[in-house]
Design a protein around this ligand. Structure first.
Ligand code: HEC
Ligand code: HEC
Length: 206
């Protein structure tokens, strides 16, 4: 009887070496008619089943993100409008998702309340960040438990990991991630390094 190991060693030699073999096998075996949990196997190694993430650098928390924003992000990766600069596997996975997968995954992660992070925050920076948020960002970025969170333009940032927020803001500011809205581009261009740290601490204190 062939062992699983001998079968699994071959695909790793092909040109898509960066995609974990397990991930490809899951996608290849996935039946689009099945319910959300099957396709979740393709996400769990980074985002975990609860969307809080397994602690990898720059993997965002996606629990408690309204379904509309999860779908928007997955379609943006799928059609190339949004690039995966540090983690190509994210984009390589998104490309393989069907519309139904995307709807199921968005419903799954949106339904899970966003957890509090166990990151340590600096109280002085939290206090500096809050007014910056209120002045420039609150119109489009509400906390995940706000009743209007799905109706505003941007995804919730409260409870997002600091390393991901820094990475995302730096990507917008350097032009490697496209701003969908001129108004956000204008607002984040007003931030200096100190504001970014203050905001990362403020959002992390949620
Ligand atoms: C190998 C790790 C990895 C895997 C597997 C993975 N992701 Fe991601 N995911 C990331 C990283 C890293 C980012 C940030 C990428 C960027 O924008 O540069 C991300 C971003 C996202 C975002 C955007 C979040 C936001 O705040 O804008 C969503 C939604 C998402 N992933 C959902 C999924 C789903 C659903 C799956 C399974 C089909 C999946 N991911 C598989 C690592 C992964
Ligand atoms: C006019 C509405 C608007 C304003 C004001 C705004 N944003 Fe956004 N923001 C968005 C939208 C829409 C997105 C998602 C689409 C995109 O990438 O452009 C987003 C995405 C983000 C992301 C990436 C989130 C993720 O999960 O990947 C960060 C970080 C962010 N905004 C920070 C800020 C900060 C900080 C401010 C205030 C200085 C701000 N935004 C002001 C609309 C806005």
């Amino acid at each position: 009887m062939p062992t699983a190991n001998s079968e699994m060693s071959d695909p790793a030699k092909n040109s898509r070496q960066r995609i974990p073999v397990a991930c490809l096998l899951v996608l290849a075996a996935f039946n689009p008619a099945a319910a959300a949990p099957a396709i979740l196997e393709a996400c769990k190694s980074c985002h975990a089943e609860d969307g809080a993430g397994v602690g990898k650098t720059i993997v965002p928390v996606i629990a408690g993100m309204p379904a509309v924003h999860i779908e928007e992000a997955l379609y943006a990766y799928k059609d190339g409008a949004r690039q995966c600069l540090e983690e190509p596997v994210m984009c390589d996975t998104a490309v393989l998702l069907t519309d139904e997968n995307i709807a199921d995954l968005a419903a799954h992660y949106a339904a899970i309340p966003r957890p509090s992070l166990d990151e340590t925050v600096d109280d002085a920076l939290v206090a500096l960040g809050e007014p910056v948020h209120r002045r420039l960002c609150a119109r489009c970025h509400l906390p995940p438990d706000d009743p209007d969170v799905a109706d505003v333009l941007g995804p919730p940032l409260h409870g997002q990991r600091a390393d991901y927020l820094r990475y995302a803001l730096e990507s917008y500011l350097s032009g490697t991630r496209e701003n969908l809205l001129d108004e956000m581009k204008e607002k984040i261009s007003l931030l200096d390094e100190g504001d970014i740290e203050a905001l990362a601490n403020y959002y992390g204190s949620y």
